[in-house]
Design a protein around this ligand. Structure first.
Ligand code: ATP
Ligand code: MG
Ligand code: MG
Ligand code: MG
Length: 562
């Protein structure tokens, strides 16, 4: 490719609004341009890298037996209503109407679409297992799009879905995807870790996140310094919430029916968060309105989700102090879930609701006439504590360390959640209808591009790992006005391409300094410079990663190159 007419709009200065290195370098090296918040155009260099990443993904997916399909990005609301996620997904789901006033969404993920497909097309156990995947644009109206393409509102994802007839089958499909992911991220030159994304109550090894180790990562990983244990700290150690009544203290507790009460796990499921993310939920009555407060350090309250969930008129994130301030008195009831595991719904028709109430962590039930501390004691209190650095490893004698990570992939055993909701069944050997057992597997393709840069750069620019580099060789003619130099460079440009190399040829009439700076910024693994020694047929080779240089006879170049 000749650089003169190639769109690589490099920038000298660091763009003021780019906080992280990958975002800065992607702008400076002319890889991306922003259209609006969280929306980006990928320029030729980025598109070439994306194609290489996608080729690696396709190879590994195909090798694992997955079949590529392509599903619509535009989804009718009905299929999202079938699973209930139309209401639960919240404002991250981009919704729109067609000309007939029918409601649609732009797909943030494809469980509904793919489950509908298999429901209609696969009826017998004889056709299963089956894993399908696609590489496609996803839409999520992120609350805070940031860090460039790391958290965008439109991004490319590889998403795969497996369908099995037994839990053992799912384990096997999951293992294949897990291993494919390890190959993909290794081939992309990444230093990553597969971490448990959930444990305990949710089901042990039911989900793993693939984390690229990086200080700009938004997730914290707890890992053991001596064994393989690694988990996302959001989810490390599911809390054992257990209360027992203190004998002979306070009033006798009375269990009452509170029709909308949810257990912690149910609530977490409905909000699509981990149970650990729900530290405290409070429902109270302010001016006759139901207010639900979910309190957690950085848990971003999803207003619409919570409103739908509780049928609340108003939803606000309140801490206990504000609750007291709003009410001007002690609230009639506060049910801190983190302590005793239930969410309260204000419902004055329920007897005793004006008294102290606490959740029973049982569907549709609460205790009344109880005061925490007086009537209850916490069992296994230490289990409530979040894991911290220096803790003993839960698996071995080792010590827990923390690291920051960028989530580039996520594998998940879904089980029958979607197949049951949507009636995706198969006939087993005995002629019985069974729900298909599903898994889902995502990779953030465009996020991966940025994550690679986070791990592969220096103060001068990007340093592409060879496997994903936009070009193999950056050929530079120092002075285009010098006939000898230009002619040798032109010859090499042809020969190197004939030998199978992808070559970016800097044929611009720019100063040498500008060309070298751009070359370092763009980060192609090998630079071949045709300069003053062109007359002697000598060129300079420079490795971008190490800075090593060597003068080589142009004739011998092709034999030497790997
Ligand atoms: P995050 O925790 O970063 O919000 P997620 O858990 O919501 O991600 P998944 O639903 O697991 O994301 O989607 C699969 C993959 O898609 C993620 O592992 C990530 O690599 C990528 N991804 C998710 N959201 C975005 C986004 N807004 N921009 C770019 N990539 C994304
Ligand atoms: Mg997300
Ligand atoms: Mg996540
Ligand atoms: Mg995820």
């Amino acid at each position: 490719m000749r650089q003169q007419h190639y769109l690589i709009p490099t920038l000298r200065d660091i763009p003021a609004d780019a906080e992280v290195v990958s975002h800065q370098l992607m702008l400076r090296a002319g890889l991306i341009r922003q259209l609006a918040s969280g929306l980006y155009t990928y320029l030729p260099l980025a598109q070439r890298v994306l194609k290489k990443i996608q080729a690696i993904i396709r190879e590994e997916m195909d090798k694992a037996g997955a079949q590529e399909i392509l599903m619509p990005a535009l989804h009718p609301a009905e299929i999202w209503q079938e699973t209930g996620r139309w209401d639960v997904y919240g404002p991250e789901l981009m919704r729109l109407y067609d000309r007939h006033e029918r409601q649609f969404a732009l797909g943030p993920t494809h469980e509904e679409v793919v489950t509908a497909l298999l429901r209609d097309e696969v009826k017998s156990y004889k056709r299963l297992p089956m894993t399908v995947y696609q590489i496609q644009t996803k839409f999520r109206d992120e609350r805070r799009p940031r860090f460039g393409v790391l958290r965008a509102r439109e991004f490319i994802m590889k998403d795969a879905y497996s369908f099995d007839t037994s839990p053992e089958g799912l384990d096997e499909s999951y293992r294949k995807m897990y291993e494919a992911y390890q190959s993909i991220f290794s081939r992309c030159g990444l230093n990553f870790r597969a971490v448990e994304a959930d444990s305990g109550a949710i089901g042990g090894t039911g989900t793993h996140e693939f984390m690229v180790l990086s200080d700009v990562g938004e997730d914290t990983i707890a890992y053991c310094d001596s064994c393989q244990y690694a988990a996302n700290i959001e989810k490390a150690e599911v809390i054992q919430r257990d209360y027992r009544q203190i004998e002979g203290t306070g009033q006798p507790m009375e269990k009452v029916n509170t029709p909308q009460a949810k257990t912690v796990n149910e609530l977490a499921d409905m909000l699509d968060v981990s149970p650990r993310q729900i530290i405290k939920a409070v429902a109270l009555d302010v001016d006759g309105q139901v207010v639900v407060a979910l309190v957690r350090g950085d848990f971003e309250l999803n207003e619409v989700k919570v409103k739908n969930l509780f049928g609340a008129d108003r939803v606000e994130l309140l801490d206990e102090e504000r609750i007291r301030a709003e009410l001007g008195s002690e609230p009639g009831f506060i049910g801190p879930v983190g302590l005793h595991g239930a969410v309260l719904i204000a419902d004055h028709s329920v007897k005793g609701m004006q008294d102290a109430v606490t959740g029973a962590n049982e569907k549709d039930k609460h205790y009344i006439h109880v005061t925490v501390g007086r009537d209850f004691a916490v069992e296994r209190y230490e289990d409530l504590r979040q894991i911290t650095e220096g803790d003993a490893c839960p698996r071995c004698e080792g010590t827990i360390r923390f690291a920051k990570g960028i989530e580039v992939g996520h594998v998940f055993k879904l089980g029958t959640k979607y197949s049951e909701a949507m009636g995706a069944t198969f006939l087993d050997e005995n002629g019985n209808q069974q729900p298909m057992i599903m898994g889902c597997y995502g990779i953030g393709v465009t996020r991966l591009l940025a994550a690679i840069i986070e791990q592969h750069h220096d103060e001068h620019g990007i340093i592409w790992p060879r496997a994903v580099a936009p070009f193999d060789i950056h050929l530079i003619s120092v002075n285009m006005k010098d006939d000898l130099q230009r002619e040798l460079a032109e010859q090499l440009y042809v020969k190197l391409q004939q030998a199978g190399f992808d070559v970016l040829y800097d044929d611009r009439e720019e100063r040498a300094g500008v060309k070298f700076k751009d070359a370092d910024l763009i980060g192609i693994p090998l630079r071949v410079t045709v300069g003053k020694k062109a007359g002697d047929g000598i060129v300079e080779c420079k490795l971008r990663r190490t800075g090593e240089t060597e003068e080589i006879k142009a004739d011998e170049l092709i034999q030497i190159l790997p």
